[in-house]
Design a protein around this ligand. Sequence first.
Ligand code: CUA
Length: 347
Amino acid sequence: MTSLVRRLGLSLPLAALSLLPAALVAHAEEPWVSAPAGPLAREIAPVYWILFFFAVIVLAIIDGGLIFAAIRFRERPGHVAKQFHGHNMLELTWTVIPTAMVIFFSVISFQRLQFINDTRTGAQMTIQAEGRQWSWIYSYPQEERFKLKDGKYLQGAEEIHVPAGTKVRIELSATDVIHDFFVPQIGGKKDAVPGRKTELWIQADKPGVYKGQCAEFCGDGHADMLIVLYAHDEAGYSEWLRQALEVANLINDPATIRGKEVFEANACVGCHTIRGTKAAGRVGPELTKVASQPNIAGVSSLSPVNVENLKKWIANPQAHKPGTAMPLVPLSEADLDAVAKFLAVLK
Ligand code: CUA
């Protein structure tokens, strides 16, 4: 009986392991294998199902046989084990069938590789995605429509925006360690490797928000290294671009760039996050869109969020909200003014 327990003990973790893909699918917001949202994912999903189907059969046969043998041939008084060596038919079977399966999997995979790896044909746009601990920075093409007032081109963090129904080439790079770009519903998955350029392509059938995740363990913040892909229709894309350019122009404006530098150089960064900047603190509230809030820090007298009220707040938080965790950060009058001007454009 002990050997039965021991054998069951081995097969149960194996059975649990085989359920892992299903668990991962259940965990995702949209089960990509049943809801692929782009041509690439549609090409890859059937391979997943075929492999999964065969894996379940193999698991059933192997574990079924194991459990059957453990029970049927367990040690019992009066039973003597039959001694024999080799079994040609069996050995042939467990060699030929797995070999045929591996060849079959290779064929259905290789058939698709050309399509999956072809990042050029029909691609209408190239976006560079740079992975770093622990976010992605997206650089939009050096085209007139992405140009900023200071002559640079639009960049963004956290969110990547693409036109729906369009093949977009993504050029990947990494600054520190290996990251991996993966938006399951759209398909494709590629490492971003320091010192090297890799690429993949993405295409979303319809407008929507598709979530992804850095898929290569890259340190403490790996789980926070999300990819949020926005696919827009034509009008939506123009509207997003208009707003993104407006904000980027404001932040990079000589009047506000100084405030951004002050913010990044002082204690502010330790507590607050502003996307697109170095500020990634988690103690205080995120300020990425602080200027679209009805007031500052929930204080109704500090409404609206404008330069004047921001200055009042930063200059003396305790006076407006006694007991607040926001400390008084000593700033010169010029720095205070610059920070307030910078925060006031974050919409
Ligand atoms: Cu970047 Cu994991």
